[in-house]
Design a protein around this ligand. Structure first.
Ligand code: F3S
Ligand code: F3S
Length: 117
């Protein structure tokens, strides 16, 4: 079990969540951030820090965002576009830095209205 970042984060990427995570398990894609389900310690510190309420516990994700439970996991345990291997266990987003690529689900989303020109 772990906390999950839903699609509401897409193109917003406030990153306040990263600042409070004690184990640095929130990783940065190109348009969204993802919580590593095997590194998260379920402390809950990130949840109230997101200004768009994109973070919830795995069992409390709204039905409309349900696909992001598996998608957070897929970010680490499937081979992302442009990569040769899965990310797997990493250990620290602070040390690793931005991953710079998204899952196919997130990459296929229409651009957030606030970012359209
Ligand atoms: Fe995204 Fe909210 Fe974190 S917008 S980057 S989940 S603070
Ligand atoms: Fe990190 Fe705790 Fe959230 S471990 S991802 S701040 S639940």
């Amino acid at each position: 079990m772990a906390y999950v970042i839903s699609g509401t984060c897409t193109d917003v990427m406030d990153k306040s969540c990263m600042e409070v995570c004690p184990v640095h398990c929130i990783y940065e894609g190109a348009r969204k951030l993802y919580i590593h389900p095997d590194e998260c310690i379920d402390c809950g510190a990130c949840e109230p820090n997101c200004p768009v309420e994109a973070i919830t516990y795995e069992t409390e994700v709204p039905a409309a965002q349900e696909q992001h439970v598996a998608d957070n996991r897929d970010f680490f345990w499937s081979v992302l576009p442009g990569r040769d291997t899965e990310l797997g266990l990493i250990g620290s987003a602070r040390d690793y830095g931005p991953v710079g690529v998204d899952t196919p689900l997130v990459a296929s989303q229409p651009l957030h209205p606030a970012n359209q020109q």
